[in-house]
Design a protein. Structure first.
Length: 71
């Protein structure tokens, strides 16, 4: 992605017990060097690593957080 003064910054929203929401489109480089892309206007990136669609969030984090008190 070009980086020039006219480019607007990407907005990233961090949620305490959920995915990281990123305004798209995005290109994500994984640990093994492979690249995955999404052209959606907003993507949810998994931070708990439970997602079967990693790096995309599939809401697997909800199973763990539903039973916690005060959440």
């Amino acid at each position: 992605m070009p980086n020039s003064p006219s480019d607007t910054p990407r907005r990233i929203r961090v949620q305490r017990q959920g995915p990281v929401l990123v305004e798209g489109p995005v290109e994500v480089e994984l640990e093994d060097g492979t690249t995955v892309t999404s052209d959606r206007f907003r993507v949810a990136l998994c931070t708990c690593r439970r997602s079967r669609r990693y790096p995309w969030c599939d809401t697997s984090h909800r199973d763990r957080t539903q039973g916690l008190s005060g959440e």
